[in-house]
Design a binder for this molecule. Structure first.
Ligand SMILES: [Zn+2]
Length: 574
């Protein structure tokens, strides 16, 4: 051992000896509570501080009161949660929760609520890889590895179980009383702050995660206990009297495209040249005033296909069938092609797994470089999958029509630059990192707009392909939710709906119908046109797609059907 090292360790020996004395169990618990309250909640304190410009005594006292409340609440939680047998792992898990939450809250301005939690649980490798970055690893090192190693190595006094139980419950009670007193003393100010800034309540680590996981678990157990409720048992095809081949309807479920950056919505950049051409020739209708059901895929996609609508869906714990079940019940064949993280339960009852084709395992050198596919891959595999599907129809059953859902990767962030093939990048330079706030605002917008333009191209290709089909065809496109690109300091999406900015909820929707489908439906020309500027939401999706697919059921609500003004011409009625 080199001499300087001996001197070094000799110098520190008295200290290290003092620190090697086994901890009083409650003392160690309080250290963890203090860490979680302060360093584990940096984003909360920063937001709290930024609420006002006048940082006088009142702000200071408010911050102090809030600090004591969070510390006391954390102490209560730890006293109930941390017992000798799993003391160390629980501590490390809490450190991880606090560090990961803090990182995402700071980096993207998101908060941790039940739907964000559901998103996290259902994420896949591709999405995680998109989020990894150097600064994230740094946060994990400083917030998890270093304190975690320290925590793991601390010796703790061994106490008889009953004594420890008594002391820990006593500590919990004491902390609870302290919390109540401070809440009581500062109630006026705190209550109004929490009311006016609802997002703060989803920022308190680790309670946001505990609450969200609890809610998620309760919801899932209730759902699991109940059997699936059928809907649309009476579904049948409308017989318009007009003959013709069975129709093919393509539903494109978009991803993270906001209306604000959509050319057809009046955006300064022409991000949708191909759709504009179709609109100019009178083939396509753009719906300019559509709101999403949720602010993330996990909420929006099931909600679109549900008959319930946003408000009922948010409170609903009953597992219902969805639009695709109703279409199948009417005799239609349904195919779901996925270029994203799955169908969120919507496609669960499509007849076989061959129908629920994911592009995850495709290895196409041009369309799937680096293990991720551009959305056009779905069009490449579609003809073959469609043939397979239609061949699988039971013998003797007449074909009545097919519905194909294309679930896009679209503008999935934060790595927007990955969504566009290199030769299709129109706006440069692009932000080429997933740490968005490290990029100039314009570069983020450039990367985002390139992805919107690619969606435009994808939709254009879809229509071109549909035109080659010798049967009545249609395409309905709508994005699942929008996106924040730095407005009000927010990035990405997933804000709780009640406080979500309009960038996250105003989505583009476009409809294209072939001439033969217009003929077959017997609708008067462009009878849906006057809805194009009306206030519509994802609530209209279920009911409108039924009309588009010419399926009738008593579950369809005419007031939510954007084709309700479309009456078949009398001559064509059956
Ligand atoms: Zn989404």
């Amino acid at each position: 051992m080199p001499p300087y090292f001996t001197a070094f360790s000799a110098f520190f020996r008295p200290f290290s000896k003092a620190f090697r004395r086994p901890w009083h169990p409650l003392g160690l618990l309080l250290v963890l509570a203090l860490w979680l309250t302060t360093l584990g909640n940096v984003p909360l304190w920063r937001s709290f501080w930024a609420l006002t410009d006048s940082h006088g005594l009142r702000t200071g006292l408010g911050l102090l009161a809030m600090g004591v409340i969070v510390f006391a609440a954390t102490t209560v939680l730890l006293s109930l949660l941390v017992w000798p047998r799993w003391r160390k792992p629980v501590g490390v898990v809490l450190l991880m929760v606090a560090a990961a939450n803090s990182y995402f809250m700071t980096a993207y301005g998101v908060v941790i609520d039940p739907t964000m939690m559901a998103n996290t649980v259902q994420t896949d490798v591709r999405e995680v890889r998109d989020l990894l970055s150097g600064s994230m690893l740094m946060v994990l090192l400083l917030g998890v590895v270093l304190p975690g190693v320290w925590w793991w190595r601390q010796p703790v006094q061994q106490w008889p179980a009953m004594r420890l139980l008594g002391r820990q419950l006593g500590l919990a009670l004491l902390a609870l009383v302290l919390m109540m007193v401070v809440i009581w003393a500062s109630f006026q100010d705190l209550a109004s702050t929490m009311r006016n800034h609802k997002s703060l309540r989803y920022m308190v680590n680790p309670f946001n995660t505990v609450y969200a996981s609890g809610r998620l678990l309760v919801g899932q157990t209730t759902q699991a206990r109940m059997s699936l409720q059928p809907i649309g048992e009476d579904a049948a095809m409308v017989s318009s009297g007009a003959a013709g081949a069975p129709p093919l309807i393509v539903l494109v479920v978009g991803e993270t495209v906001r209306a604000a950056n959509f050319g057809l919505a009046g955006y300064a950049r022409d991000t949708t040249p191909e759709l504009r051409q179709l609109q100019t020739s009178g083939e396509l209708t753009y719906f300019s005033n559509v709101r999403s059901c949720g602010t993330n895929t996990q909420v929006s996609v099931p909600c679109m296909f549900s008959h319930l609508g946003r408000e009922a869906q948010a409170k609903n714990d009953i597992p219902y069938e969805n639009l695709l079940d109703v279409l199948q019940r009417a005799g239609m064949q349904v195919l779901w092609l996925d270029n994203q993280s799955g169908c969120k339960g919507v496609c669960d009852r499509l007849p076989n797994f061959g129908n629920v084709a994911s592009t995850l395992n495709l290895k196409d050198p041009t369309l799937c470089p680096d293990g991720e596919c551009f959305d056009e891959i779905m069009l490449r595999v579609l003809p073959e999958r469609l043939t397979e599907l239609e061949k699988s129809r039971p013998a003797g059953k007449a074909p009545v029509g097919t519905v194909v859902v294309l679930h896009q990767m679209g503008n999935h962030g934060p790595a927007y630059y990955k969504r566009t093939p290199a030769d299709m990048k129109q706006y440069l330079p692009e932000c080429r990192t997933n740490v968005l706030q490290d990029c100039p605002a314009q570069d983020i917008v450039n990367a985002y707009d390139n992805a919107v333009r690619y969606t435009d191209h994808f939709l254009g290709q879809t229509v071109r392909w549909l035109k080659t089909q010798k049967r009545p065809t249609a395409m309905l496109y709508v994005s699942d939710h929008g996106e924040s690109l730095g407005e009000k300091g927010l990035y990405l999406h997933g804000m709780p709906y009640m406080m979500a900015p309009q960038e996250q909820t105003h989505v583009p929707m476009a409809l294209w119908l072939s001439k033969s489908l217009k003929m077959q439906s017997g609708w008067e020309a462009n009878c849906w046109q006057k809805q194009a500027t009306d206030a519509l939401t994802h609530d209209h999706y279920f009911h409108s797609v039924l009309s588009l697919a010419q399926v009738k059921t008593r579950w369809q609500q005419p007031e939510l059907d954007m084709f309700s003004a479309c009456k078949a011409k009398p001559a064509l009625r059956g």
